[in-house]
Design a protein around this ligand. Sequence first.
Ligand code: UDP
Length: 439
Amino acid sequence: MKRVALISVHTSPLAQPGTGDAGGMNVYVWQTALKLAERGIEVEIFTRATSSTDEPSVSAADGVLVRNVVAGPFEGLDKRDLPTQLCAFAAGVLRVEAMYPPGHYDLVHSHYWLSGQVGWLARDRWGVPLVHTAHTLAAVKNASLADGDEAEPALRQVGEQQVVDEADRLVANTEAEAAQLISIHHADPGRVDVATPGADLDTYHPGSRASARAELGLAPDETVLTFVGRIQPLKAPDVLIRAAAPVIDAARGTGRPVRVLIVGGPSGTGLARPTSLIDLAGELGIADAVTFLPPQRPERLAQVYRASDLVVVPSYSESFGLVAIEAQASGVPVLAADVGGLGVAVSDGVTGMLVAGHRIDDWTAALRTALSDPERLARMGVAAATHAQKFSWDHTADQLLESYHRALMSFDIAGGARADRPTPVPTAAQTARTTRRWG
Ligand code: UDP
């Protein structure tokens, strides 16, 4: 396999994660692209241009090219309106490929259902297999919405179903997600693979809490409870603020005050207004004990984790939860909601704790329990760093490559189509590619 096209329509791997539509998927696409490139596979990432200054193609790292496809207005296009631009985007992708001799790409890997729609067309035109990662499923997200969250439209579910039906292989983040693809979307179990996401373990590793706090301007003698992620109802930073309020009040006047640190920018409905969390902290009388930081680059985010006593991930729904792994890799225990991939990311009682539901009293009790025994918390931090070693992007890339190879094998055996679909007349590209790879 020489060259892979990754499709990430709605968000660029070069965007700052932790705000707007940029989050874990950006990190996933970027990190797996780097790891595939390290293994000698050229990676081209197609994404939608969001600025008139975006170059059509950017050499982002050795072996990784980002192609900014012009499709619709650069700025101000809401994610919900992106389906209107899929034809323009797909045309841009096909035109790039048409500039090269047949067989330029060996495989298409699409991320999120919008990209899956484009990957499906590219697969048919180029005669290569389509591997698809959904990242989230509308049906799963809609089943656990937070107050203020907008339900995903029914048409997204239709679009997701089409991609599940069309993809040659599906990649899920966890076994549970694989089971959802099978139970909700009737995916063929034989076509579903699991690739566990990771953390950049070179960046996220344990370090001195004191120097991290000094660098961030945080007091050395406080207990710091940290939320990292996009500020939106689904991520529930408000649950942490509400649950921490009595803990903060109880610690006032002691030698060890409690601080909540919220890191990230507004996203989606953004909890109505970007300032609504500040208002909430004010209403609860804890504004002086809550610190907000804008989205941080990885090296500084690692310092944020190291500065923390506990990282809190109270999400209502989470396909995996990279923040939980990054925090643990940095030697910090995690208090997480028992939803989605967080149950895989956090080892309950060993590297942190899982909380069922979102009742504020339960979260306050969990915070109290976690903070009641500083020695146990420190032991959990050490265990967390060990646990996180299992989640490397190298491992993710290994699993993806297995999926790619399965896709290529079954595709070629079936003569350029899945066995359960009518075989199209082989294209010149397909014939050239098959001859090149398998002799
Ligand atoms: N992130 C970041 N800077 C920030 C906040 C978040 O780089 O200030 C990154 C974080 O490192 C993580 C990603 O954003 O890799 C969030 O991923 P996660 O899976 O936790 O949530 P998602 O955004 O996918 O819902």
